[in-house]
Design a protein around this ligand. Structure first.
Ligand code: BT5
Length: 326
């Protein structure tokens, strides 16, 4: 772990107290002058660190920036998701960056954040609006040992993780629209783009791309999206710290990924069923050039949606665009 991450970790664990320069210097094995220099660097990034002769260094507030070392230092407890974190100021799409990492053999659990994306994308090549500094635009690399058809389980897991983290960080109750939308009061606040590289019966890697509209104002969305999108700031009426939210999402996703790897998808599905606005409704689903009408009954064991069609058949849908019917 980097020196900066260790300093931030020590300051955080001091809670309301402070940590003396001498203690930090001893703990990190660097001189007090070097500690001071690192503290100055962190202050320049916006970390408000007070220094006083009696209390030592004290972390007063953290800036709304994504700092890879800081995020990593706050995710000591994760098993897989978030054990390697990289932050870019700008990328084309974080899914592209992670795909390159995957091909280079990087271990699963790596997460790439970008402050902004010039070519953020949704499914079927749709555009994903990703302005700088206002959202969480990131992708997670996973190498699950399962059949490609089970990949929907990961989309389901990331959706439930998002709902839990949004709830714990903002108090707002979001809902899931199958398969990949997170909505608040019917407006989209986050989306998930799951991309896969696989052999016929085994997965090579999966990239879960997640976009969360955190502190965007309505005017930050282009006109064509403004009426269907919202942000956590708009809904909770307060600024949301992105680093806090990011660590909460990754921690929750790590828990659900652990469950899936242990063959306990049903535990994830249980939560999903409580948070999902699609189930129990009549739906219209566009799957490629086909349209399926029916009643969304349940989630199958691989994450597929089970829809009772107008003709009484139970259809398994593994992807598509859902519209709720009246
Ligand atoms: C999605 O696609 O919802 C998946 C979005 C995934 C974005 C993340 S960001 C990090 C990673 N890197 C990427 O390049 N992508 C992932 P889909 O269901 O196809 O929805 C796309 C539609 O959502 C667009 O056609 C717009 O109507 C709408 N949209 C675009 N930007 C939005 C935004 N910021 N917030 C809400 N809705 C948006």
């Amino acid at each position: 772990m980097s020196i900066d991450a260790q300093i931030l970790m020590a300051l955080r664990s001091a809670k309301n107290g402070g940590v003396s320069g001498a203690d930090l210097s001893e703990k990190l094995g660097i001189s007090r002058a070097a500690v001071w220099a690192r503290i100055e660097e962190l202050r320049a990034l916006g970390y408000d660190i007070q220094a006083s002769p009696h209390v030592g260094y004290k972390l007063v507030s953290i800036p709304d920036v994504l700092h890879a070392d800081d995020l990593r230092s706050r995710l000591q407890d994760v098993k897989v998701v978030g054990r390697d974190i990289r932050v870019f100021q700008e990328t084309t799409s974080t899914n592209d960056v992670v795909e390159k990492l995957a091909r280079d053999g990087v271990k699963e659990g790596a997460v790439v954040f970008a402050e902004s994306q010039s070519k953020g994308r949704g499914r079927l090549g749709r555009k994903w609006v990703s302005p700088p500094g206002k959202g969480l635009w990131f992708s997670v690399l996973l190498r699950p040992n399962f059949h490609p058809l089970c990949t929907t389980q990961l989309t389901v897991a990331s959706a439930t993780a998002l709902v839990r983290a949004i709830r714990s960080q903002t108090g707002v109750q979001a809902e899931i629209k199958w398969p990949n939308d997170i909505l608040i009061c019917g407006k989209k606040v986050a989306g998930i783009l799951t991309e896969l590289s696989a052999e016929i019966d085994s997965v090579k890697y999966v990239i879960i791309g997640i976009g969360v509209d955190v502190n965007l104002q309505n005017s930050d969305f282009p006109p064509e999206v403004r009426n269907i999108a919202t942000s956590l700031q708009v809904e909770s009426r307060r600024h949301v710290n992105r680093a806090d939210l990011a660590t909460a999402i990754l921690r929750e996703f790590d828990i659900d990924y652990g469950r899936i790897c242990a063959g306990q998808f049903e535990k994830v599905a249980e939560q999903w069923e409580q948070q999902c606005s699609t189930l129990g409704h009549n739906v219209c689903i566009r799957v490629g050039d086909r349209t399926v009408y029916g009643h969304a009954e349940a989630l199958d064991t691989d994450g597929a949606l089970l829809v009772r069609t107008q003709h009484g058949h139970l259809e398994r849908i593994i992807g598509g665009d859902v519209t709720l019917e009246k």
